[in-house]
Design a protein around this ligand. Structure first.
Ligand code: ADE
Length: 248
């Protein structure tokens, strides 16, 4: 997979994407990343990418021309990229969206800055994504978050092919179960006995219950779409609304 960004801060991506799992995935050829500088598509001495909004109002908007020219030039360089714009008005980014994007051969993330973009620029987008109901100063962090969530789904990126299966927001629609490592008791807090028992069926059952309990406590909104047995749904109903303190 090829991932590209278009922004006025092309230097912010590499420090994160060259470290740890993302860095290894690049070194292994699982994905490649290229940051484009939007100012390369300006034609004035000051390399201007923004202008005042028609109709007045505070702040500056990103001009349409550099974005149109850049997206068209970048797209013409290889296979047609899937073009994603970041804006708080976009579709909320979820694990499902990450799974869908992980099938793309080439993705171009267009990152807004300032107070927003000239609305016409969004006509270039195949889709618009939002990281959540809050406002960032720009789309660069959103592009990094989405790149991370997508790349880790690519075969070989995590080293262990099974690891994405059990985790939060995967197919069963539940949060991930609680996990523990050594020591078995720490500051008077003990690991559940069943996890030390060596009984794999009992461990699986405990993990499933833990996932249902945690989802009921922390993200009850996910339960409607989760695949639960009648017994699990009863358990979830009993737990919903109870004191949310405890394990995270
Ligand atoms: N740009 C500014 N805020 C954003 C958000 N919440 N999600 C994606 N892009 C953004």
């Amino acid at each position: 997979m090829t991932v590209e960004s278009l922004s006025v801060f092309p230097g912010v991506f590499d420090p994160y994407l060259s470290a740890s799992i993302m860095g290894r995935a690049q070194a292994k050829g699982i994905f490649s990343f290229r940051a484009h500088d939007l100012r390369d598509w300006t034609h004035d001495r000051h390399r201007t990418v923004d202008d005042a909004p028609f109709g007045g109002g505070q702040g500056m908007l990103m001009k349409p021309a550099p974005i149109f020219e850049a997206v068209r030039d970048i797209a013409s360089e290889g296979p047609r990229p899937h073009v994603v714009f970041f804006t708080p008005c976009g579709e909320p980014f979820t694990q499902r969206v990450a799974e869908r994007l992980s099938a793309e051969e080439r993705i171009l993330f267009v990152c807004g800055r300032y107070e927003g973009m000239d609305e016409r620029a969004y006509s270039l987008a195949d889709e618009c994504l939002s990281l959540g109901d809050y406002v960032l100063t720009g789309g660069e962090l959103a592009a990094l978050v989405v790149t991370d969530a997508v790349v880790r789904l690519l075969p070989g990126a995590l080293g262990d092919e099974m690891s994405p299966v059990d985790e939060s927001f995967s197919t069963a629609g539940l949060l991930e179960y609680a996990q523990y490592t050594r020591p078995a008791t720490y500051e008077g807090l003990s690991v559940p006995d069943v996890l030390l028992s060596g009984d794999h069926a009992a461990v699986d059952a405990w993990r499933r219950k833990s996932a249902v309990e945690r989802t009921a406590r922390w993200r009850p909104d996910l339960l409607a779409a989760a695949e639960l047995s009648d017994e699990e749904r009863d358990l979830a109903r009993r737990l919903m609304g109870q004191d949310a303190r405890g394990d995270c």
